[in-house]
Design a protein. Structure first.
Length: 74
């Protein structure tokens, strides 16, 4: 397998980076030591900054995780 970028960790930052790179046409692979079920079932980011929420929305990824969250500024 050949790829341009390897991302270590399928946490919020790694998954978001993978999507941003994919959108830019850059091949990437995300390596995670835990199982897919473990990653999907565990909350790994308690607080997201507004710029991150905006990126998630822009990529169309916010429907599942951010839909029930209040987006009212503090």
């Amino acid at each position: 397998m050949r790829t341009q970028v390897a991302i270590i960790g399928a946490g919020p930052a790694g998954l978001l980076l993978g999507q941003l790179l994919h959108k830019a046409g850059i091949d990437n692979v995300i390596v995670e030591r835990q199982s897919g079920d473990y990653v999907l079932g565990r909350i790994r980011a308690g607080i997201l900054e507004q710029v991150t929420v905006d990126l998630v929305d822009e990529l169309g990824l916010g429907q599942r995780d951010l839909a029930p969250v209040s987006r009212t500024p503090l």
